[in-house]
Design a protein around this ligand. Structure first.
Ligand code: CMP
Length: 353
């Protein structure tokens, strides 16, 4: 069955519609907007709702409800059902506000939010640890502020919850200034709490940044591993050496027709073809396909590129820089020898000039 056009609204169109819808929702809260302009904005919301409705029908009818697609389907259902329920049951004044549910639409295809969820899940223990330190410092600071300031400013620090508000704004270094310690001891406490706050936020940021870095590296590693497995030459490697090679190879996809390396240029990397093919522009052009490699001659000899190589089809490559080639040579002299031997044979076959 052909896919229904609206089931395939692209991610960027989803975002654009959601942004337009949310701006209209915000504009409609302005009392000054009335008459034709208000009507036009309401029609815009109705139009977006109708498109989302078609998208939902497409998603439900055409696509299978696999487990992976459940979040997207749930978002599509909410995007249609919540404004509809508001239209039927909410008061006229608030109806358009419920379209704010479209805030979820950009999350539908987003890989970033999935990545963030994984990072938070991986780092949950560390994040919980820092959060508990935050809680402990918050409580101690409120207790101390209450004890120090309660007699001086009973209206501001007369209870622990009031002192807690001061502690939160100070610990987060926001400092609204509605509650200010008056005593010397209170101000010293304020300074200490601010410094603790900076430390805690730095720790949170550090944990999240490391978590993101690790997760992105892990994903790259898995993807590279699959690509490296497609190159027969690397099947000769021991697992430990394979791990090093996987880390040092950089994936790249080149569109059909693009030049990958040009004759006469300096070359500090060689390429392994995972998928697709390239044309080596020697006097009688040579096609190299998946599993082959090229660019090794300049890498090994330090001489300029002997020929221009361009992509015959869209080609998926893994590139290896000269420093990593040295590592590969020491880890697997056998593979290095195959590459050197091929370079010698090709040099013999390629006329100079
Ligand atoms: P390099 O000289 O670094 O850059 C161009 C590449 O084209 C070269 O390395 C080889 O990998 C490849 N090449 C050159 N001549 C031939 C050939 N006769 N057969 C296959 N590949 C070649």
């Amino acid at each position: 069955m052909p896919a229904m056009p609206f089931s395939k609204i692209s991610a960027s169109l989803n975002v654009l519609l959601a942004v337009m819808g949310l701006l209209a929702v915000a504009a409609l809260t302005t009392p000054k907007i009335a008459g034709d302009v208000r009507f036009a904005l309401e029609m815009l919301l109705a139009g977006i709702w109708a498109i989302y409705g078609l998208q939902l029908i497409g998603t439900l009818i055409i696509r299978q409800a696999t487990r992976d697609r459940m979040p997207a389907i749930a978002i599509d259902v909410l995007a249609v059902a919540v404004p509809l329920a508001a239209f039927l049951f909410a008061g006229h004044r608030d109806q358009s506000l419920y379209c704010a549910i479209w805030l979820l639409k950009p999350l539908r295809e987003s890989t970033f939010f999935r990545l963030m969820a994984r990072v938070i899940s991986n780092e949950r223990r560390n994040l919980a640890g820092v959060t508990s330190v935050f809680g402990i410092i918050l409580f101690c600071a409120s207790l101390a502020a209450y004890l120090i300031e309660r007699d001086i400013q009973p209206d501001r620090f007369g209870s622990m919850p009031q002192a807690m508000w001061w502690a939160v704004t100070t610990l987060s270094t926001t400092g609204y200034g509605d509650e200010i310690p008056q005593s010397f001891a209170g101000r010293v406490l304020g300074g200490l709490v601010m410094m603790c706050g900076i430390g805690i936020f730095a720790l949170w940021a550090g944990i999240l940044a490391t978590g993101f870095y690790e997760e992105v590296r892990r994903q790259d590693f898995v993807r590279n591993w699959q690509l490296v497995a497609a190159v027969p030459l690397f099947q000769k490697l021991e697992p430990a050496a394979l791990v090093e090679v996987v880390r040092s190879l950089r994936p790249r996809v080149v569109p059909a027709g693009a030049v990958i390396c040009r004759k006469g240029d300096r070359g500090d990397q060689m390429y392994f073809i995972v998928e697709g093919s390239v044309i080596v522009q020697t006097p009688s052009p040579i096609e190299l396909g998946s599993g082959s490699f090229f660019g090794e001659m300049a890498l090994i000899s330090g001489a300029p590129r002997s020929a221009t190589v361009s992509a015959a089809t869209e080609v998926s490559l893994l590139s290896l820089y000269s420093v990593d080639f040295q590592m590969l040579s020491s880890r697997s002299p056998e593979i290095a020898e195959i590459i050197r031997k091929t370079a010698r044979e090709r040099r013999g076959a390629t006329p100079e000039g």
